[in-house]
Design a protein around this ligand. Structure first.
Ligand SMILES: Cc1cc2nc3c(=O)[nH]c(=O)nc-3n(C[C@H](O)[C@H](O)[C@H](O)COP(=O)(O)O)c2cc1C
Length: 165
């Protein structure tokens, strides 16, 4: 079977993988022309010792080159009050940060106000993987607000966390 022949189509791939629920992050960096960022569901924890995380930017991402050039990123874990922010960073606007409050920590990457948690990282490796990259980050600082609850993404829509009783 060649790389382009599969026993399923891309719509099926998307639908089936959409049954795996994720949180939503906005991955930010301080690029050469100012702050850059995109909405990311592929963020994950990788290693405890040393502390490593990962995310997968697509090769069509216009923010990824700026993030790569900065050598660092911050994964901002969105709260369920930040769906509008998610929509901004899932788009292609050149001024995604207009009207947003943010600060910087260890790496200089933007930490968004109101995020449920943030993980500030230096990029240690970027591996090409099909039409995406797998980016490994060494965690330099991190913090969580346990009072907040996360924004969830499932089957193409947003939701909120509901604990089982
Ligand atoms: C919930 C959600 C999760 C997403 N996850 C990813 C992801 O993991 N990797 C990616 O490249 N794009 C992901 N996207 C799509 C990007 O946010 C979108 O393509 C955006 O326009 C990219 O912006 P940029 O071109 O400025 O980088 C996701 C979008 C949403 C709404």
């Amino acid at each position: 079977m060649s790389d382009t022949e599969y026993p399923f189509d891309s719509a099926t791939f998307r639908t089936v993988l959409g049954h795996f629920p994720t949180g939503v992050t906005v991955v930010t960096a301080m690029g050469p022309d100012g702050p850059a960022g995109l909405a990311v569901g592929s963020f994950a924890s990788v290693s405890l010792e040393p502390p490593l995380v990962m995310f997968c930017p697509g090769n069509q991402s216009t923010s990824w080159p700026a993030i790569k050039e900065s050598g660092a990123f911050c994964a901002n874990v969105l709260s369920d009050q930040q769906k509008d922010i998610c929509n901004i960073f899932a788009g292609k606007s050149e001024d995604k940060f207009v009207g947003l409050s943010w600060a910087t920590k260890a790496t200089g990457s933007p930490v968004l106000d109101g995020a449920q948690a943030w993980i500030d990282c230096e990029i240690v490796e970027a591996i090409e993987a099909g039409d995406h990259w797998v980016v490994l980050g060494a965690v330099r600082s991190l913090e969580a607000d346990s009072e907040k609850t996360p924004l969830l993404f499932y089957k193409g829509g947003y939701g909120q966390y509901q604990p089982l009783i």
